[in-house]
Design a protein around this ligand. Structure first.
Ligand code: AMP
Length: 334
C-alpha cells in the first residue's frame, strides 16, 4: 500500500471509531454531542477520568465494544503516524547526508541559480544531456520539487557567498543565473567571478542597460529571455523549416542528432591536419560549420583546406554517436 493510501485509511479508521462512539452514547444514553464526544475521546485515549454520567447496562456493553475495537484502532493509528514521522525524519537525514556527499565529490559541474520558468528549462536541458548540476533555490516548495526530481539542490540565497561556496563554486565549470531580478544577477556574477576566476558565467538580463552591467560584473554571456523569445517567434513565422531544423539539431537528442563545440586538445589525433584530410567528414560523416581559433572571430563554413590546430574549437553537426566519437578523438593523446 502506498504511504498516502495508508495514511488515508488510518484517518478513515480514526474518524469511524470516533463517530461510532459519539453516536453510540448519544443514542443509547441520550447524552449531548459534547458529552458523547468527550466520553469517546477519554475512552479511546485510555485516560478514563470518570464516566460523564452513570452508564446504563447497555451503555456499559457499548463501552466494552468501543474499548475493544476503538482502542485497538486508535493504537494502530498512533503507531502508523509515529512510523511516518520517524521514517520521514530518518529519510530526510539520510537524504541530506547523501546530498552533501554527492556535492563534495562534484567537480567541473554546473550551477543553476533559480528554478523558475527559465531555470526549469535550463535544468531540463542539462538533465537530458546528463550534465552534472547543482541548483540554488530559495523557495522551499521548489526545493522539494527538485529533491523529488533527484536534482541536487541547495536551499538558500544565491547572492550569499556561503551558499555559492556550498554549491562548490570553486570546483565548478559554469554558473547560470536565471533569476528575474537584474540587481541580484549582477551581485551573483560579481561574487561568482571573485570566488572562481575561471568559471564561465551566463546571466539573465531583462534590459540592455543590465546587459552592460552584467558583462562588467564578470558575466561571460548575457541572455535576455524576452529578446530570444521574440526573435524565435519572428523566425518561426518567417522561416518555420529553418527553426524546425535548428530545434532538431540543438535540442532533440532523441532523434539522435546534435550540434557540439569540440575543443581540439594538444597532440590529439586530428591536430595539425587539414580539415579535408581529417576523418571528420569522410569517416564520421560530420559537418564542421564553424571553427574558432584562439583570440579570433569564428570562421563560418570553413574551407576544406583549413588546418585544424590544438586549441581550436570546432562547431560540428551530426549524429550524436559520431559526435561522441569525435570528442574522444580530439581529446585522445598519442
Ligand atoms: P522566475 O521569475 O519564474 O524565473 O523564477 C525565479 C526563481 O528564482 C524563483 O523560483 C525564485 O524563488 C528564485 N530566486 C529568486 N531570487 C533568488 C535568490 N536570490 N537565490 C535563489 N533563488 C532565487
Amino acid at each position: 500500500m502506498s504511504p498516502e493510501k495508508k495514511l488515508k485509511w488510518v484517518f478513515l479508521i480514526l474518524a469511524g471509531v470516533i463517530s461510532y462512539g459519539t453516536l453510540g452514547y448519544t443514542l443509547i444514553e441520550g447524552w449531548s454531542f459534547l458529552e458523547s464526544f468527550y466520553m469517546t475521546i477519554i475512552t479511546l485515549s485510555t485516560v478514563g477520568f470518570r464516566e460523564v454520567r452513570a452508564l446504563s447496562a447497555t451503555g456499559r456493553v457499548f463501552t466494552i465494544t468501543l474499548v475493544i475495537f476503538g482502542v485497538a484502532g486508535a493504537a494502530f493509528t498512533i503507531s502508523v503516524l509515529g512510523q511516518f514521522i520517524v521514517e520521514g525524519e530518518i529519510r530526510r537525514i539520510l537524504g541530506r547526508r547523501k546530498m552533501e556527499k554527492r556535492l563534495k565529490d562534484m567537480k567541473k559541474h554546473y550551477i543553476v541559480c533559480g528554478y523558475g520558468r527559465v531555470g526549469m528549462q535550463v535544468c531540463k536541458e542539462f538533465c537530458s544531456r546528463e550534465i552534472p548540476l547543482v541548483v540554488i533555490e530559495k523557495n522551499p516548495e521548489r526545493v522539494e520539487q527538485l529533491v523529488k526530481e533527484g536534482i541536487l539542490v541547495i536551499q538558500g540565497d544565491a547572492t550569499d557567498d556561503e551558499v555559492l561556496l556550498a554549491a562548490g563554486i570553486q570546483r565548478s565549470k559554469a554558473l547560470i543565473s536565471t533569476i528575474a531580478s537584474e540587481s541580484e544577477n549582477v551581485f551573483i556574477a560579481l561574487s561568482a567571478r571573485e570566488l572562481n576566476p575561471e568559471i564561465f558565467i551566463t546571466a539573465r538580463a531583462e534590459s540592455k542597460s543590465a546587459e552592460k552591467k552584467l558583462l562588467r560584473a564578470g558575466a561571460d554571456r548575457v541572455v535576455s529571455p524576452h529578446e530570444m523569445g521574440g526573435i524565435r517567434m519572428a523566425l518561426v513565422t518567417l522561416r518555420p523549416d529553418i527553426v524546425d531544423f535548428m530545434r532538431i539539431v540543438t535540442g532533440d537528442r532523441e532523434k539522435g542528432f546534435g550540434i557540439e563545440e569540440i575543443e581540439v586538445k594538444e597532440k590529439s589525433s586530428i591536430a595539425d591536419t587539414l580539415l579535408k584530410d581529417s576523418p571528420i567528414r569522410c569517416e564520421l560523416g560530420l559537418l564542421v560549420i564553424g571553427i574558432k581559433k584562439k583570440g579570433k572571430e569564428m570562421i563560418i563554413n570553413p574551407s576544406a583546406q583549413i588546418r585544424i590546430e590544438p586549441g581550436d574549437i570546432l562547431v560540428v553537426i551530426g549524429e550524436t554517436e559520431k559526435l561522441e566519437k569525435l570528442g574522444q578523438m580530439t581529446s585522445a593523446r598519442v
